[in-house]
Design a protein around this ligand. Structure first.
Ligand SMILES: Nc1ncnc2c1ncn2[C@@H]1O[C@H](COP(=O)(O)OP(=O)(O)OP(=O)(O)O)[C@@H](O)[C@H]1O
Length: 268
């Protein structure tokens, strides 16, 4: 199927204009758990330079969707295309090597290691000699450079030697993003990166997301509405495993369907 065709089917009802450099496409992704369809015919596309937020109440199917895109969960039906290539059958590790990176709801770092060591290990995971991860990594200049660049880009400059587990919650979430960047990911799948953050940390994370999306495609699953509306270019709302509506933030903010089905109180 042509990429343009997939973009046009990227929504539940009216499709957004296909524009920009589409990196990742979900084409009618369905995932069943027994008799429950946690995702049913979910379509969306992620473009370079754009942040696409995935919203929905608890149990709507957001994690299931991100897990299928990252390779952590095989779909029951449907396809995932990266730069037009079908990657549906690739594992999470294989997808990481070709530019799909993800962060998890729960912080997923090595707490006893320094910031640099965490990022170096992440960068090394793309190395063709992963079995030399502990012996050779310091000698691998490109790996170190990637790790250091990721630390700076994630806003952790000057904290390379900090022990990860001693940093604040917000810094640990930044580190997790740095680890994804260290893998050279062009597609970032971010699962609630603001979870547990205070307002100052959240504001910093929003600024980081704005910077990161400039040359990457981002899918953001996030419950913090202020953050989502501050940073998203497109918002897809899921309810009960299906896409209810997808479009620019103003469309979603003014959608009666979204207000009724998702929030139920008239406020987005
Ligand atoms: N491994 C599983 N086995 C059985 N059912 C599952 C499994 N994972 C998810 N589900 C079910 O699929 C539905 C969608 O769950 P999912 O975690 O994707 O929703 P969500 O939108 O991410 O929710 P939350 O915002 O609470 O994280 C829920 O009904 C959930 O109970």
């Amino acid at each position: 199927m042509a990429e343009a065709d997939l973009q046009i089917r990227g929504t539940a009802s009216a499709a957004p204009a296909a524009q920009g450099d589409v990196l990742l496409v979900a084409d009618k992704l369905t995932r069943r758990f027994g008799g429950l369809a946690a995702n049913q015919d979910v379509c969306l596309s992620l473009e370079r330079g754009m942040l696409h937020a995935l919203l929905g109440p608890n149990g709507a199917g957001k994690s299931t969707c991100i897990n299928m895109l990252s390779g952590d969960l095989p779909p029951s039906e449907g396809r995932i295309l990266l730069r037009g290539q079908d990657v549906t059958r690739l594992s999470a590790a294989q997808r990481s090597k070709i530019g799909i990176g993800r962060s998890y709801q729960r912080t997923n770092i090595f707490p006893g290691f320094t910031v640099l060591e965490n990022c170096r290990l992440a960068a090394q995971s793309r190395n063709p000699r992963p079995w030399k991860i502990f012996t050779d990594a310091l000698g691998l200049t490109d790996t170190l450079e990637r790790a250091r660049a990721a630390i700076v880009e994630a806003g952790l400059a000057g904290r390379e030697q900090r022990i990860a587990g001693t940093m604040s919650h917000g810094e640990q979430r930044q580190l997790e993003i740095a680890m994804v960047l260290a893998t050279d990911a062009e597609v970032l799948l971010l699962d609630e990166p603001l979870a547990g953050m205070g307002s100052e940390e959240s504001a910093q994370m929003v600024e980081l997301l704005k910077r990161l999306k400039q040359n990457r495609a981002i899918l953001l699953v996030e419950h913090d509405m202020d953050a989502v509306f501050a940073v998203a270019d497109t918002i897809t709302v899921m309810v009960n495993g299906v896409v209810l509506e997808s479009g620019p933030p103003e469309q979603i903010r003014n959608s009666a369907d979204v207000q009724t089905a998702y929030l139920g109180d008239g406020h987005v």
